[in-house]
Design a protein around this ligand. Sequence first.
Ligand code: SF4
Length: 353
Amino acid sequence: MTTVTKEAGAPVPADAGAFLSVRDLHVSFATEDGAVRAVDGLSFDLERGRTLGIVGESGSGKSVTNLTVLGLHNPMFTTVEGEILLEGQELTTARESELERLRGNKVAMIFQDPLTALSPYYTVGRQIAEPYMKHRGASKKAAWERTVEMLGKVGIPNPRERAKDYPHQFSGGMRQRAMIAMALVCDPDLLIADEPTTALDVTVQAQILDLLKDLQREFGTAIIFITHDLGVIADMADDIMVMYAGSAVERGTTEQVLRSPQHPYTWGLLNSMPRLDSDLGTPLAPIPGAPPSLLNPPSGCRFHPRCTFRDRVGGDRCVTERPLLAPDRAAACHLTAEQKRSIFVDEIRPRLG
Ligand code: SF4
């Protein structure tokens, strides 16, 4: 188990051995209507060669967390508190020049839409070669050879010729592969993949996931894989962190979270997933309601307005008291361990099939 999460207000010492250690991270944006608390007390560790899957609906804070790790937030409008330690180096106070050095060299990101990362004005090959020259001090010729090698690794046919193409000459799947080549060209120690396959058809998606696994085996990269798709997470992640309204609500190994989930929100996510073995006519069961506004989040447990189990806790505890995440395998929920187990076994699992 490599991931440790805990809510705000309950300090956990950073794991000295972790490659990436995030502690009590708070990220808020100033808006005309007030501060939006996009990340509200998040802690986790990640070791080299491991994949942490972060799941949650839109607005759960998963993408903001990772943009903050990369230093890609706008400091004019964003307040960041807490610690982000990369091999012991504090990133929240690092200069932009230092973050720039880390990005593309030690840390890289794959975005959902390759067109946000690839410029239409330069050839694909040039865009892969340039970070290699910049961060590794390679000559133009060596960088071009490296580019051809990387395009071949990500499965672009005839890479020496295709490197001279512009992004619009590539298909969507090929652009995604090119972006992966660009992200991996400097052998980053940490790769953040934000919904990297959402826009692709299932065949290309499966190829790209296999590719990431192969590359991780080869380079020992630590990966943060962000998605709302628990099926993809089951395939990719060693550990899972479930986020809701800016906080972690459940975490554990992939097997623990998927086989015996403990949080009502995780139950809802699992229940709303389409399954290959169910009848086409079987309706999905979406989680009732919508994620809360982070301008004015609900009191107590942030999930309480949507939770169908809060009556089992008794009194108004779910509305008044925010549940914390314990430092071991846990869910941030006031239900007792026995309640979580019996609700899952008797009421949730039969619905999951
Ligand atoms: Fe539901 Fe209460 Fe648990 Fe929140 S703390 S998930 S409202 S039962």
